[in-house]
Design a protein. Structure first.
Length: 430
């Protein structure tokens, strides 16, 4: 790479716009640290006239991002659009084929097409960097690829979505409901103002889990969704009951190898208050790795917002400018093998199940009988009557039970006329 490096930024939303300002501000420092002079020669977004918090250089603006690759001599391209397919994939694929280094925070793209794109990058001897796709400013991917390269990692888990962690932390603290706290998160910029569904339903965290799995276990990206649940059904009373049990509710992403099979999952968990993960609050992310010989490693930092994301993008840029041409997933694509998925039906865990029922004689025995018939053993039972409405909340903590049994049991109980709504199920983290 020459000492003069041409850069393009595709996508000028929150992340792309902040990155643009950071690159302009840090040009002298980048030159001091790497000996390279960066030149932003092209920027692209949907709308030139959109109001932004920075001044656009119209001379280098392209409304069609594909023209950037054809018309300009680009060395490094930042893809900040964020789509799993469509124009995002097209730009990255075409740029890699033209021997242009790619840096992206796009976890949807990498989790779906990472294997395919990394193969193109390796063939053309350029980098495909995506540190910012997982954990915001936490250098988790570089830690796995480089810092822990010789370790055998057996499990990775953590809080991978700052939006969900903020909402759950606020619901616990304020005792307010999900919708009100979501609106507050949107006003603060922690949740998408339009449709934050992909954060809330677990999709965002699951995409990150898939990337972590591929890196931690040196395997191909998995195509299956083992278990993905969001936080939309958690209510204030669940936090009250969790508090009585000395527990907190957290959305966790977990990946591990069980009997040589990959088990990836994202779902709300009840975690003990005195644990490390139980005390990571607000928009913070935290990732915990278990491996040999290192033992347990913990990384924590801000996971939501343009600032931490931009920090990770700049880190990838510095790596490329220093001449580090690396395999995108740590080892050659040809050596990364497919791995079978663990059968979700065999997943065993203790459960928290909350039933809202009519408060009348015989309802509790109907529920406990159904549990027993489906091989679910009760560890603890809490009954909270609502005399005014003649209803009750029944909370059952189970011993470890298989997923197949709990699924069958809840399907049957939802048909019971005395059960007023779909039961809330949370898993106890172990």
């Amino acid at each position: 790479m020459n000492n003069n490096v041409n850069i393009a930024i595709i996508g000028l939303g929150q992340v792309g716009g902040y990155l643009y300002k950071e690159l302009l501000k840090n040009r002298l420092n980048i030159n001091l640290l790497t000996g390279k002079k960066i030149n932003i020669v092209a920027i692209s977004a949907k709308n030139l006239k959109k109001k932004r918090q920075f001044k656009l250089n119209k001379k280098i603006f392209y409304s069609n991002p594909l023209k950037v690759i054809k018309k300009e001599k680009i060395d490094i391209l930042f893809e900040c659009i964020g789509l799993a397919d469509g124009i995002s994939k097209k730009i990255v694929e075409n740029a890699l084929r033209r021997k242009i280094h790619i840096i992206t925070p796009n976890k949807a793209l990498i989790s779906k097409h990472g294997d395919y794109l990394s193969k193109i990058a390796e063939k053309n001897k350029v980098n495909l960097e995506f540190e910012a796709s997982v954990g915001g400013g936490i250098p988790i991917l570089r830690t796995i690829k480089e810092g822990l390269a010789t370790n055998k990692i057996s499990k990775v888990y953590g809080i991978l979505n700052g939006t969900c962690n903020y909402i759950l932390s606020e619901m616990e603290k304020t005792k307010d409901n999900f919708r009100n706290v979501l609106r507050k998160a949107q006003k603060l910029g922690y949740a998408e103002p339009g449709n934050p569904k992909l954060d809330l339903n677990g999709y965002d965290a699951f995409a990150k889990v898939k990337i972590l799995s591929a890196l931690a276990f040196n395997k191909r990206l998995s195509n299956s969704v083992s278990l993905m649940e969001g936080i939309e059904n958690v209510e204030p009373k669940d936090f009250e009951i969790a508090d009585q049990l000395n527990l907190r509710i957290k959305l966790l992403g977990i990946t591990e190898i069980i009997n040589n099979k990959l088990f990836e999952r994202v779902h709300p968990c009840l975690v003990k208050k005195n644990t490390y993960i139980g005390n990571v609050n607000g928009v913070m992310n935290a990732v915990i790795l278990e491996g040999k010989p290192v033992g347990e490693s913990v990384l924590q930092g801000e996971g939501a917002g343009p600032e931490p994301t931009s920090s990770a993008l700049m880190s990838d840029l510095m790596s490329i400018l220093r001449g580090n041409i690396k395999y995108p997933f740590g080892i050659p694509t040809a050596k990364r093998k497919k791995i079978k998925s663990y059968d979700l039906n065999n997943y065993e865990n203790s459960l928290y199940i909350r039933f809202e029922v009519k408060d009348k004689q015989g309802v509790l025995s109907q529920i406990t009988k159904n549990l027993a018939n489906n091989k679910i053993s009760i560890q603890r039972l809490i009954q909270i009557p609502n005399n005014k409405n003649k209803t009750a909340s029944i909370v059952i903590i189970t011993h470890a039970t298989k997923q197949i049994h709990s699924d069958k049991c809840l399907r049957l109980l939802q048909k019971n006329k005395n059960v007023l709504k779909k039961p809330v199920l949370l898993r106890l983290f172990k």
